[in-house]
Design a protein around this ligand. Structure first.
Ligand SMILES: *Cc1c(COP(=O)(O)O)cnc(C)c1O
Length: 240
């Protein structure tokens, strides 16, 4: 890395972050919501430590990663910064230990067995792992995520695990062409979320919305948008 290349990355990422914050603010305004109630997770998968460093220099502290080993390597390269890492990719049994030891949040829990392993493997010196349940709001038997009808039982079981703190729900619905259709899917997630809260679970996080659909998600009640492309640019999957 040469210094002028890093300076360019910094400028581009700072500008794009600012544009994402402006989109969030506009969406909140349109929905009559307070922008302080929607936080931004920067999704840095496939991008190197320099990109994360640039986003951090522009004020971003929470980062999302899908590929666990890639994330752990990146964390090591960025150990001098104070960052909050969220696991937003699928968690297989053989990866729970890495997630429990390295991440602050796991957003994609959809089975009790995975939650139990994360709780057992969370090191005593760390705060509880912050957890969202991934809910499958748009059907598709092959999709990951717990079915809406099974969420309450799973949420109660996860909330009882000692080393986890259940914070809410996340969803990754397939794209729908129009705003109204997208919003309708997100409103289903919002309804499930409110049902859990009405059942007494103290949740504060509804993680939904990405680069292409964050406005619809915010309109439907998202409290955490996960944005990659609009901050870091397009991804080359060859590397990750
Ligand atoms: C990649 C990814 C994102 C970010 O998607 P963009 O369209 O690049 O904003 C958000 N959430 C999850 C779960 C992802 O895998």
């Amino acid at each position: 890395m040469v210094w002028y290349a890093y300076a360019t990355i910094m400028t581009v990422i700072a500008t794009q972050l600012q544009a994402v914050h402006a989109r969030i603010a506009a969406a909140c305004h349109a929905a009559g919501r307070d922008p302080a109630d929607v936080s931004l997770l920067a999704v840095s998968k496939t991008f190197g430590p320099d990109a994360v460093r640039a986003a951090h220099a522009a004020g971003q502290t929470a980062f999302g990663e899908n590929y666990i080993q890639e994330a752990v390597d990146k964390m090591a390269a960025l150990a001098d910064l104070s960052l909050q890492w969220h696991c937003i990719g699928p968690i297989q049994s053989n990866k729970t230990r890495l997630v429990a030891e390295h991440f602050a949040w796991a957003q994609t829990v959809d089975r009790l067995k995975i939650a139990q392993r994360l709780s057992e493997q969370r090191p005593p010196g760390l705060p509880p792992l912050q957890v969202c349940l991934q809910v499958n709001v748009d059907g598709g038997a092959t999709k990951s995520g717990v079915a809406p009808g099974d969420v309450l039982a799973l949420a109660r079981a996860v909330a009882a695990l000692p080393r986890l703190q259940l914070r809410g729900l996340m969803c990754i619905p397939d794209p729908v062409a129009d705003f109204a259709g997208m919003q309708e899917v997100f409103l289903r997630a919002k309804a499930v979320y409110e049902d859990l809260r009405a059942a007494g679970l103290p949740l504060d996080t509804l993680s939904m919305g990405m680069t292409s659909d964050l406005e619809a998600a915010i309109h439907a009640g998202s409290t955490l948008v996960r944005v990659g492309t609009a901050i870091f640019g397009g991804r080359s999957y060859a590397q990750g």
